[in-house]
Design a protein around this ligand. Sequence first.
Ligand SMILES: NC(=O)c1ccc[n+]([C@@H]2O[C@H](COP(=O)([O-])OP(=O)(O)OC[C@H]3O[C@@H](n4cnc5c(N)ncnc54)[C@H](OP(=O)(O)O)[C@@H]3O)[C@@H](O)[C@H]2O)c1
Length: 275
Amino acid sequence: MKDLRGKNAVLTGASRGLGPYIARALAQEGVNVALTARTADALEATVQEVSALGVEAVAIPMDITDEAGRKRLLERARAAHGPIDILINNAGIEWICRYTDMSSEQIEHMVQTNLIAPLILSRLVLPDMIERGSGHIVMMSSLGGKKGSPYSATYAATKAGLIEWTSSVREELRGSGVSASVLCPGFVSDAGMFAVYGKRAPRLAGETSPEKVAAAVVHMIEHDIAEKIINPGPKRLLDITNAISPTMVSWILRRFGVYEFYRQQAEDNQQNRPT
Ligand SMILES: NC(=O)c1ccc[n+]([C@@H]2O[C@H](COP(=O)([O-])OP(=O)(O)OC[C@H]3O[C@@H](n4cnc5c(N)ncnc54)[C@H](OP(=O)(O)O)[C@@H]3O)[C@@H](O)[C@H]2O)c1
């Protein structure tokens, strides 16, 4: 989709973290945005900010794990702006802990939020995009979806699912004018679910910025990029090498403290578990 000016996007996870950065990057390209998350006042703040950039913006608070809420979101987005050209499935949750410390309900909730909701929202927008011969879906995955880390098993499973969904659907949609991309950031500094820990990532893992993630979302849509890893460190190369030797890459990540970082965070989280 070469020219994004005047296109209409739906962005999930727009209340905090990376979402507001993505909303700003889209608005700077002239994209109208329907912003969603559960926290209405935080969404309103992003709406005010991006409206000042001269695009139309609307806040549609809802829970993406709720089927009726998903349908309402898309109806309201279409009513506000017209046909949906771009869907960015950015919302996601992570909780670093021992796998056996997660209840069945917590596992199911993470899978619903990170995997089922993006797949269903995509299912709901695709028929109209295909009929109009134009549209783009972006899945926000993670480096964790390329190589799972200990204490992050459910998260890794959901993020790997998004990568393979995108690979499958892109081929299915080839020639239709509609496409999909998947983005895999490593640890992001300054904003988002890793930044709230207030820690530096292990050196081998490296950190990227929310601005770079947001710019990559726009770039992937404009140039129809299938998959992109955003990570400055050598871990990026390791994740590629993982396809050849997962055992060797696990050894390196263990040896250079990346897995120890997860173990310590799981221990810290143990003090502060969600119910
Ligand atoms: N930050 C990183 O280091 C990093 C690295 C790799 C990948 N990612 C991915 O990037 C995406 C954004 O992460 P982030 O760092 O911005 O996380 P974040 O700061 O925790 O924000 C998560 C966003 O998702 C929304 N959300 C969560 N559950 C929801 C639900 N049930 N219904 C509707 N909205 C929901 C939250 O809004 P409400 O709570 O208001 O609903 C919030 O806007 C995620 O998919 C994450 O996996 C992040």
